[in-house]
Design a binder for this molecule. Structure first.
Ligand code: NAD
Ligand code: ZN
Length: 299
């Protein structure tokens, strides 16, 4: 269930809260029922899953208890994973505090931690209640907000309804993204079919994120740019569609050259089958599998 309401610490005084050090300082989230993770990606490790579970145990958290994760996608990913395994699963509420988390990470029940250098190598599917308060977005930096725009562009390209909501009220736009993702996830919780639409932009995007050290949103925007071009070359979308969205992407993001080295990295994508590279392409957003050489000749 997703609620849209103001975050009030008093609403959660009977539960265990996990947040990160930065948010604790910014929003005064501190008491003996609060655990502070380090900021960002470094919290997504087995080490912190162990520390969290030990803390839950020290607080006598029972199977019927509830954990509240307040933070960006890193906090919800690691806390979600810990909540899913502690006593084989306790109740979880996520209060997402970044744009990325409000439109994406907190929705759909995927949890994850990293293993060595492999991102999201370990995780689970575990549903949470979600409480979205857009006031949190006021303390994000410009780069963090731009980062969220990458996923937002993806939703706008996937859904004309979301595109129409853009430029109006931020809360309405977030609600439109949440309801779009929720519908796909309800139909295909385990990512075996229609939910894969959400991977649009991510085959090239992940390769660029890795090789150019971009934020996820910057990389997804680049991925959307090149995957739409690929769709056009395969005659899957019109020139109008290509021009409209490439223009839109260029107004917000820098688009980097696509090198052979980057394209080679798409061979490692989790979604690939039979040695072919898997893409989700407009305008039907179905999966298309292509040999790497074909991709290189088209892009
Ligand atoms: N599970 C999923 O479906 C899913 C989807 C998308 C992304 N993710 C994961 O989410 C992570 C990225 O999450 P993110 O982009 O939300 O960032 P983040 O959680 O990594 O946080 C980045 C920084 O922003 C700070 N921050 C958080 N909220 C803030 C606020 N309101 N004001 C000021 N600073 C704030 C944090 O303290 C941290 O320093 C990645 O690990 C990614 O893999 C998961
Ligand atoms: Zn993404």
């Amino acid at each position: 269930m997703v609620n849209f309401k103001k975050f009030n610490l008093n609403d959660y005084k009977d539960y265990l809260i996990v947040t990160d050090e930065k948010l604790s300082g910014l929003y005064g989230i501190a008491s003996d029922n609060v655990y502070l993770l380090p900021q960002g990606e470094q919290a997504k490790s087995f080490c912190y899953v162990e520390k969290l579970c030990e803390w839950f145990l020290s607080k006598n958290l029972e199977r019927q208890g509830r954990i509240v994760a307040v933070g960006g996608g890193s906090v919800s990913d690691v806390v979600g994973f810990a909540a899913s395994v502690y006593k084989r699963g306790v109740n979880l509420t996520v209060v997402p505090t970044t744009l990325v988390a409000q439109i994406d990470a907190a929705i759909g029940g995927k949890t994850a931690i990293n293993l060595g250098t492999v991102k999201n190598a370990v995780g689970s599917f575990y549903n949470a209640d979600v409480n979205i308060d857009t006031d949190f977005l006021k303390t994000l930096s410009k780069r963090q907000l731009t980062d969220g725009q990458g996923e937002l562009l993806k939703y706008r390209m996937l859904s004309a309804g979301i595109d129409n909501a853009c430029g109006k009220d931020m809360l309405d736009l977030i609600k439109a993204c949440v309801s779009y993702k929720t519908e796909l996830c309800n139909a295909d919780m385990y990512d075996l079919g229609i939910r894969r639409k959400l991977n649009f932009g991510h085959t090239v995007g992940h390769a660029m994120e890795l090789s150019l050290n971009l934020t996820h949103g910057e990389a997804v925007a680049n991925g959307l740019y090149y995957e739409t071009l690929l769709a056009y070359k395969l005659k899957l979308c019109t020139k109008n569609y290509l021009d409209k969205w490439q223009r839109e992407i260029l107004t917000r993001f820098t688009v980097y050259p696509l090198t052979d080295e980057i394209l080679n990295l798409t061979s490692n994508d989790k979604k690939n089958t039979d040695g072919n590279i898997s893409f989700v392409l407009p305008d039907k957003f179905e999966t298309v599998c292509l040999p790497l050489d074909t991709v290189k000749s088209l892009l």
